[in-house]
Design a protein around this ligand. Structure first.
Ligand code: MSP
Length: 562
């Protein structure tokens, strides 16, 4: 039961960043419906991307968000496994390879490598990279098909319907409407007919609906669940076509080799084949899937939520396996208001951005600019403005000023704290509350909101400098007050750097270096203590984030969008 006792706050002393409530022994903010219990382990996955073209900022968005969550959980001491990969079969890839004059395998080898290189450049901490052409996957997918077939979940029939080649999906008359457009990608569809295997959806639908009702966090954000219900389930769910005979770049069905397994059954299975499901090497599967004390989170874009929310749980049930805990559906980014698409010459590659601004600026922009779950617009101006506002002016400026002042007034050694004044005390309390709300928001996958709490804290610390004017305290010989201000600033920076470290993977370390922290002092739990760092010796580093000229950078980013 939810209790809503406001935390007592000494009146007038401290303005809370937002209303905070207690729930059992945890503190929650009103925007959070229910506290998420942290499980012992965490398994997080991105969609496996089509290596039909090179990755763009949209693919990077999803992967970075998952990486932030994986790094956050590891920082909290949760045993974490983070999977990404490439989805390499299907008609579209076969056609692309033909156009390029190479075999499909050569084609995907080349692009899968580029995805992997990009993730390295973006400092993605994935534990594995699955490719659906690997034997560890293909063999198990054949077994999965056989199991479901033997269960009576799959039957052979003939398919006649509207086919969307880019989405590799068949649609009904009602779904394509009078314009005959794909309901997912809105491109024209064509009539097609072929012998195919089908997966029975009605058998598992009642259990799926029950799970959706029983667990309000199964599909997030909640609006996505309603979308699934209204668009796909309520109008009547068809059985799902799970094989093709019109092309052969896919996993053959053992029982009937002229069929290949339709790409979604192949693709979705990656989440368990990568863990060693149904193989001799199933230790990871036992730990990260079977054990109910593992929180399983699939993060997917809104374009593919249907497959994850409806069919994947059904396949799992057919195999006698548990559902994932959460399917988080993130929004799609467009570029200057237009859908990103390589063929339209309308994509931004992350690599030139990383080269020019550093990996942290790119990661930061993606994580902070867009509310995770909502659609977003990438524009060159937004990128430059966001980098300046948060990284150069707020964080960077605070670090530079604090380091300079501790060097000037205390010979580079963080001073001790004595009796804090009111303003310093307020920052201390704000710091402690920021940690609490950050953790709750991150556990609830509200990444951008969690980061905003930290930037609010940094703003407050910058304001402390304006309010207390340390240079005047120094002039007036108020050494103790000056020491308190400096120590509080140092502490705020270190705590913020730790909270931001899942995003700012390079800069957080640079900050710890500048503030002279040893390995132990960098640990997350220690940073929750207030000011344990007096006596550390600061070193002068280079400014973390140079201020950008918005006009020049806007032109640059525009020039690399193609
Ligand atoms: N191969 C399937 C997924 C199979 S998962 C079992 C696929 N691949 S994809 O290459 O098209 O990638 C889709 C995912 O990439 C989206 O769901 C989304 O996570 C990410 N994005 C691709 N373009 C994007 C944007 N423009 N904006 C945000 N994310 C985007 O579908």
């Amino acid at each position: 039961m939810r209790q809503t006792n406001l935390i007592s706050v000494p009146s007038g002393r401290f303005l809370l960043p937002f209303n905070i409530y207690r729930f059992n022994d945890k503190i929650i903010s009103p925007e959070i419906s229910e506290v998420t219990r942290m499980k012992k382990r965490f398994y997080i996955t991105t969609p496996i991307y089509y290596p039909s073209a090179e990755a763009h900022i949209g693919h990077a968005y999803c992967t970075v968000m998952c990486d932030i969550l994986a790094r956050y959980k590891r920082m909290r001491g949760v045993e974490t496994y983070f999977l990404t990969g490439t989805d390499e079969h299907g008609e579209k890839i076969q056609k692309k390879a033909l156009e390029a004059g190479v075999t499909p395998q050569e084609y995907v080898d080349n692009i899968a490598k580029k995805f992997q290189d990009l993730w390295k450049a973006m400092k993605i901490s994935n534990d594995d990279f699955i490719r659906t052409t690997q034997e560890r996957h293909t063999k198990v997918v054949q077994d999965i098909f056989t199991k479901l077939y033997n269960n009576g979940d799959i039957y052979l029939d003939k398919y006649e319907g509207w086919y969307c080649t880019p989405c590799e999906s068949f649609w009904t008359d009602t779904q394509v409407g009078e314009d005959h457009l794909c309901p997912d990608c809105h491109r024209p569809v064509h009539k097609a007919s072929e012998e195919a295997y089908f997966f029975k959806t009605q058998k598992y639908l009642p259990d799926l609906l029950k799970a959706m009702d029983d667990n309000p966090k199964f599909i997030l954000p909640i609006a996505r669940k309603n979308e699934m219900m209204n668009t796909f389930i309520k109008p009547g769910l068809n059985d799902l076509c799970v094989s093709r005979t019109s092309f052969d770049w896919g996993i053959q069905i053992r029982e009937n080799p002229k069929h290949v397994i339709y790409v979604w059954m192949d693709a979705l299975s990656n989440y368990i084949t990568a863990l060693g499901y149904d193989s001799d090497n199933h230790e990871l599967f036992d730990k990260f899937w079977k054990d109910p004390d593992t929180e399983i989170v699939h993060v997917v874009g809104a374009d593919i939520s249907r497959f994850h929310v409806i069919y994947w749980p059904m396949f799992l049930q057919g195999l006698g396996l548990r559902y994932p805990d959460r399917i988080f559906v993130h929004g799609l980014l467009d570029l200057n208001g237009e859908k990103m698409s390589k063929s339209r010459g309308n994509v931004v590659s992350p690599l030139p951005l990383i080269d020019r601004y550093g990996v942290d600026a790119v990661r930061w922009f993606l994580a902070r600019e867009f509310a995770f779950g909502s659609d977003g617009r990438f524009t060159p101006e937004l990128f430059a403005e966001r980098t300046n506002a948060d990284l150069a002016n707020n964080l960077g400026n605070l670090v530079n000023r604090t380091v300079a002042m501790v060097n000037k007034y205390f010979e580079g050694v963080t001073p001790n704290i004595s009796n804090l004044g009111e303003k310093e005390q307020n920052i201390r309390e704000l710091t402690e509350n920021t940690i609490k709300s950050y953790e709750i928001l991150m556990d609830d996958l509200k990444i951008s909101e969690a980061l905003t709490k930290v930037t609010d804290l940094l703003n407050a610390a910058n304001k402390l400098i304006e309010d207390r004017q340390p240079w005047n305290l120094a002039k007036e010989g108020k050494t103790e007050e000056l020491a308190n201000v400096m120590a509080v600033l140092v502490n705020t920076i270190i705590v913020s750097a730790k909270l931001l470290s899942p995003v700012l993977v390079e800069s957080a370390e640079k900050i710890f270096d500048q503030f002279g922290l040893d390995e132990k002092q960098r640990s997350y739990e220690l940073n929750k203590e207030f000011c344990p760092f007096s006596g550390t010796k600061l070193t002068k580093g280079n400014p973390l984030f140079p201020r950008l000229d918005i006009k020049v950078e806007t032109e640059f980013i525009q020039s690399i969008s193609k």
